[in-house]
Design a protein around this ligand. Structure first.
Ligand code: PRX
Length: 652
């Protein structure tokens, strides 16, 4: 969609289709016209502190009110200074004694077909007990708890129980390897691990506890490990270290008041890939994050008490944190949660679930949509999707044709689609159409939410004209913003606030069209987006180079029909002979070092990597080769970039 030439970005995308909000939807919506949106955005922009301050007072429970809305010593923000609140209290306790008390908070379905429902009152009971379990295991406010679990209700209970006592959760996606868990545990100095015996995936069992056992050999700061029984798998339990969740719960007291925490008390760490090898522990804190996720959920999904809301993200990613747990529960929503694959027992699973639970809001990733398209329309056609009223996407740009399919096939041309742009770092949605107010254009995340002030700038930090691509920055602080990289203030300053001084550099390129709509044009750093997940090229390269037979490696993305981008790697061997068997060995090695999601789709062996005179790998050339745009002689096994590299060098 975007081409780069000489540092400036050109756009080749032309998309003229415009879909106004359906009249019926707009008539009932919380924000029901473009004018209403614009008024709200203008009001917020004119007085950021007044806007968020008023909402914080109205929308959060305060044990002690804040005295100052924002203390901004760029790039360090403190929101709602002096206040005391609790993220768990705002998600659970606030609904007790209201008509929502006996409403379903979580309707859960497991892959084998088992189902459970937790009302707000029941959720409160489970969370309070588990908070007591954590306290009983010696966890204190500020301690880090590492969570590596399948998508079972106990995962949400664990997150909220941490928040209740002020412990900081670090959820690690269940597809990561033991090495990746250990790295994250060590960086965070995590004290306690929570996991399960196993998890279901496409009918087989993922050995989660076994992976954790490996990780804990290299995680010296972890003292205890709590294990949820999920699959009934036989696992090793180390006496004195490992405990069964259900046994501890049976013995725990029922009451556990929510801790009165400072607004800026850390809520969680979530690791994400950056342009260097080491994953970054993105830090979010209590009050600002709670407010931002609550408000954005309400505005973007136009959430009602009657809705059955389904976000298909895993809690191992930020979408699961913000839009499966904190945002929807703070609004008293009924959340559908699913633990399993979308194509088990068959490709109709999601549509069957929408029909069974009468889902009204469905939020998923473009990569999933591309899979649905590939699987065939008949899986969809067999089901009654008339309960749906709103659709959303997140994680990567959606190609206009996939958008059209989603609109026609799933939304039956009735449901607005919210294409939500945001990041782990932003904590919540930053740009998106508001479903009752902003006409959509397939492939555009349209406009910023109230309180969010984006700009597109060139390499000198100067704004660029409409229809010109540039770096997307956010020029005013917002309550959900990251508060830093865990334990690394310097890296935080350098990565996000230095290149364009005083503004948040999100790492994406974008352009604005003549209507002021934003179009995301991909990353400016060496980060890939594979199936909606961020992967650092350097992380993959480091994993490859740690293999004894690899001398050098370069990882790039190439377009992929379903995953958006696939990982292609170029490998220089250390005297070994290129073979199919070695390719498999290297794939296995990456799986072990990082996890299945980083396993390269293509491995090409080469004698040298093309480099500029200054020694930088010529990624653009490699990307062209990987995507089949450039040919280099015989490409079967060995590639000699010599000639091409020389040719390209003159262009640099
Ligand atoms: O490049 C953008 C892309 O995903 C990145 C953020 O990834 P992560 O922190 O893992 O969070 C994903 C879930 C919020 C962004 O920098 N991205 C995310 N949403 C969109 C998107 N690109 C285009 N359109 C989107 N709607």
């Amino acid at each position: 969609m975007a081409q780069q030439s000489g540092g400036q970005i050109d756009t080749v995308m032309q998309e003229a289709r415009l879909f106004p909000p359906p009249a019926e939807f707009a008539a009932a919506a919380r924000i029901g016209s473009l004018e209403a949106y614009q008024e709200m955005w203008d009001e917020a922009e004119a007085d950021i502190e007044g806007f968020w301050g008023r909402l914080a007072t109205e929308e959060l429970h305060w044990f002690k009110p804040f005295t100052k809305v924002l203390d901004w010593k760029s790039p360090f923000a403190k929101w709602f200074v002096g206040g005391k609140t609790n993220a768990c209290y705002n998600c659970v306790d606030v609904h007790l004694g209201t008509p929502r008390q006996n409403k379903a908070a979580i309707i859960w379905e497991g892959e084998p077909g088992d189902q459970r429902t937790l009302t707000y009152q029941q959720l409160h009971g489970e969370v309070s007990k588990f908070a007591n379990v954590l306290l009983g295991q010696g966890v204190k406010a500020g301690d880090v708890v590492s969570i590596y679990m399948p998508m079972v209700p106990e995962l949400v209970v664990a997150m909220l129980a941490c928040a209740r006592i002020g412990a900081v959760h670090s959820v690690i996606f269940g597809g990561f390897s033991s090495e990746a868990i250990a790295d994250r545990n060590n960086d965070a100095r995590a004290k306690l691990q929570i996991t399960a015996d196993g998890g279901w995936r496409r009918g087989s069992i993922l050995p989660l506890k076994e992976t954790v056992d490996e990780a804990l050999k290299k995680s010296p700061t972890i003292e205890k490990c709590i294990v949820v029984r999920r699959t009934g798998t036989d696992v090793n339990m180390t006496p004195g270290r490992d405990f069964w969740y259900d046994e501890l719960m049976d013995a725990a007291a029922a009451e556990c008041p929510a801790a009165e925490l400072d607004s800026e008390h850390p809520l969680y760490i979530l690791y994400t890939s950056g342009s260097t090898g080491k994953p970054k522990g993105i830090k979010h804190t209590t009050a600002g994050y709670s407010l931002f996720t609550k408000m954005t959920t309400r505005w973007v999904f136009d959430l009602r008490d009657e809705d059955v809301y389904w976000c298909t993200a895993d809690c191992g990613w930020v979408t699961g944190h913000s839009y499966l747990v904190y945002g929807p529960l703070a609004n008293g929503a009924t959340v559908l949660m699913y633990d399993g694959a979308p194509n088990w027992p068959d490709e109709g699973r999601f549509w069957e679930m929408i029909e069974r639970h009468r889902v009204s809001i469905f939020y998923t990733a473009p990569t999933a949509i591309r899979s649905f398209i590939k699987w065939g329309d008949h899986w969809v056609d067999e089901h009654d999707l008339s309960s749906l009223r709103l659709l959303g996407t997140v994680g990567e740009g959606i190609n206009p044709e996939a958008w059209m399919w989603y609109h026609r096939k799933i939304g039956r041309e009735r449901c607005p689609i919210v294409d939500t742009w945001w990041q782990t770092e932003t904590g919540g949605i930053m740009m998106t159409p508001l479903p009752g107010a902003i006409p959509t254009k397939p492939g555009s995340c349209t406009k910023p939410l109230p309180g969010i002030v984006p700009e597109i700038v060139d390499g000198n930090g100067k704004p660029v004209a409409p229809n010109h691509g540039g770096m997307l920055v956010i020029s005013k602080p917002w309550p959900g913003m990251l508060r830093g990289i865990w334990g690394d203030d310097e890296r935080y300053k350098e990565q996000y606030w230095t290149r364009v001084p005083g503004k948040y550099l999100c790492g994406d390129n974008a352009r604005q069209d003549d209507d002021g709509y934003y179009w995301i044009m991909g990353r400016i750093d060496d980060v890939l987006n594979v199936a909606g997940h961020r992967l650092s090229t350097i992380e993959i390269e480091s994993a490859l180079v740690s293999h004894p037979k690899v001398a050098e490696a370069a990882a790039v993305g190439r377009p992929h029909e379903v995953k958006g981008e696939a990982v292609a790697v170029f490998v220089v061997l250390r005297g070994a002979t290129a073979s199919e068997a070695l390719k498999e060995e290297l794939k296995k090695h990456v799986r072990k070092e990082i996890g299945a999601l980083a396993v390269p789709d293509d491995i090409r062996f080469t004698q040298t990597l093309p480099k500029t005179r200054s020694g930088k790998i010529m990624r653009r050339l490699l990307r062209d080769i990987a995507s089949g745009k450039a040919e280099v002689g015989d490409t079967t096994t060995l590639e000699d970039f010599g000639v091409l590299a020389k040719l390209r060098e003159n262009e640099e």
